[in-house]
Design a protein around this ligand. Sequence first.
Ligand SMILES: [Zn+2]
Ligand SMILES: [Zn+2]
Length: 460
Amino acid sequence: MTRATKEEQVCTYFVLRTGLKTIHRWMKAPNQRSRHAAKDYKGLIDARVAPKQNTAAEERPDTHYLRARVKYALEMCAELEQQAAVISMDNKNKVHIGSKTLAVNRHLQPGRFFPTNDQPNYQDHDFPTPGYLITPSGYFVMKPGEKELFKDEKGREHFRFDRIGETHVVNRPPGVGVNIESHLCDVLPITQELREEGRTAVLLVVDNGADFNPRSHVTQFFYGKLWKDGDLDAMAVLSYCAGDSKLNPIERIWGHLTKKLTAVYLRDVLPDEDLPPRQQRLEQRVLEEKEKKVFKLALEQLDGYWDGMAYAGCKVSSRHVISEPQAALLPAVQHSLSSKRALILNNSMHEETKFQNQHLRRLDGMLIFTKCVQEPCRHCTEHPPVSKAACQLFSTFPTPVPSSQDTYETYITARAQARSHQDEHMPSRITNHLGTCERCSTLYIFTSKTDKIRHMRLMH
Ligand SMILES: [Zn+2]
Ligand SMILES: [Zn+2]
């Protein structure tokens, strides 16, 4: 061990002789706004009490590129004006059902007025009943208005896209599956309403989680089914980069919904009972019946808090679903897409996937379904597109092109140049050399080695 120098010995001596409180006073004031207290701090050491922040996010190679791609897609919808709509969707954190557990985090401040002799006092601990959780799924529907251009700070032109609209929340009790099929059951009536308004081109901005991920063959099948069943002219699905899902517009709504539930208990006991069904030692059948009633009451209570809420001029509607979709397809789809043999045995699904592939442009993490405009197939002859312009624009959607200014070209420039349609400037694609399927008549980009193997085995 090296011996400390004379200066170090002196420093150590002073530090040991100085109280901890004095050392704290040599640092910066914890709160600059409180001037009176700030006077006591000398600021000799560049250190202070850290403010709470949780905005650190991991930058991945594709982060910037995928942000640009979502921006392009939103501008494409803005360009289509009254013919397009955007639906941003994701699940919210689960909500607790419990008479001794607050519906959301108990550390949230109530922020409401109470008479001084009637202040609320909540349980000092949470006593959650295992599994008593509600899963809310949200669908934020944004409709572009009239086409409007604006210039950014570099003087480049963009189509304005305002992220305002109505949010539909669908709550599901424990035991009811929340998956791609249930989500698209929620979305189908929304797209039908949009269609009646003449909005036949829909963009879905989804989360990267397993429920929604457009890279999976199973979710791809359900998205294709939504496009066909909803009789949409064009439909695109895409997401931000993993770790960037906070940018999905629906995320802004969750905070307001959580706040609305501050200091709320969703009751887990029936009106004339004292204990939750789970703690009553009941026969399985009776337990299930009682729990169903409890969950239904909790869901109605939850809707009461959220339905009709307004946030920044945007309305929120809330409803609940207490059972799985009738004749749920998901298990059969998962099985059929597990091998070529299983797919061939399920004839209708085999035909359906072939049909979808003829109308699909599959980029890396983005799906674009469009009706045929030239040489229409049977489906497109029987259901001709309302807006050929929408089909045209979606099918030639330009993927981001780097510009000379260390950023990406604007949507307007990229579309005019029509140089890039295949994600060829996506950083991860430049390094993975996976390419596209040469045997598919439409574009099919391989997103991983597994995807390549699966696609070749299933489709060719
Ligand atoms: Zn067709
Ligand atoms: Zn292929």
